[in-house]
Design a protein around this ligand. Sequence first.
Ligand SMILES: Cc1ncc(COP(=O)(O)O)c(C=O)c1O
Length: 383
Amino acid sequence: MTIISDLINKIPSPCFVLEEALLERNLAIFARVQQEAPVKVMLALKGFSLFHSFPILRKTLPGASASSLWEAQLAAEKFGGEVHVYSPAYRDEDLPQILPLASHLTFNSVTQWERYAPIITKSSSHPSIGLRINPEYSPVKTALYNPCVPYTRLGVLENQLGDTLPKGVEGFLCHNLCESDSYALEKTLSQIEQLFGRFLSQLKWLNLGGGHLMTRKEYDVDHAIEIIKAFHKRYPHLRLIIEPGSAIAWETGFLLSTVQDLIPTPALTNVMLDISFTAHTPDCLEMPYKPVIRGAHDPQDGEKAYCMGGSSCLAGDFIGNYAFTEDLSIGDRLIFEDMMHYTMVKTSMFNGVVHPAIGMIKKDGTFVLWRKFSYQDYCARLG
Ligand SMILES: Cc1ncc(COP(=O)(O)O)c(C=O)c1O
């Protein structure tokens, strides 16, 4: 195959490759949203925490959101600005360490807030306290990503709150979207007003979570700006926040891989790669979805079909089927598109499969290698 440029051939394989120009293109959209609508955008570290890129992100985003002590440390140390922390359940050991790092601290249940309120009120750190609410609406069809399924463990139901806001609570966090459009945001705002409207006048802030895919080509950014402005007009005292992860890193880079072996079968050819889907791109198997490979297409009748196989021993570590205009050969390099969000933050070293290196193609067209992994890294995770 000849679709790979000279630059790509200089990058070690496998490698997660961020593209600076594409990241800046996404950031320009969030800059516009923050300029035209009364809303602040935090980076959700759970989706993308490649800290080498934080100096680029920080030019546009005033802070980050963290879901654990370690993410809060990363936010404070490497991102700076506001640190919004929400964890489904804090641990006694972690909370005192989170306190001095957090500008905003959100609890998943009233029980958790009441458990830690005495420590927090006595502490010299005073993050603004929030509660995660369940808006009882989510457009997300995949149960794995839907926080509003019946009997969900995430967020407080309106009928659990009664008429009084728990003492000390200043904000609400609502996260119910995933790769969603502005109409889902509109419906979410209306659910919040309907179910939790009686509390809104008492709050200082409302965090509308992640899942706003504002950087997808089809996303109606003007509509989102319009509805945020209209909501703010009704509740001008409320500081509005969103904390997208996917949307920030959406289509900003790829995973480079090399063909190690080709195993023909009567129906298709298995392609053995130097990456593993279960270890490096687990969402492909969990969601599941079929990633785009540069230069490949869905096989048409009679076309040679290639099934992409990972290099772990997990039987299901494969994604099918693809076709190419030229036959694949051992040593060919393949580019899996859009592999920045929920990849590096979720990888494992399962099977000891080599972990992809991490680097960036800079705006000037040069490649910078940020990290290569070694046997020592593999051992360090285990003891
Ligand atoms: C509370 C919360 N905020 C923000 C996000 C980021 O969502 P996304 O990456 O879909 O924008 C998530 C994702 O699970 C989340 O649970």
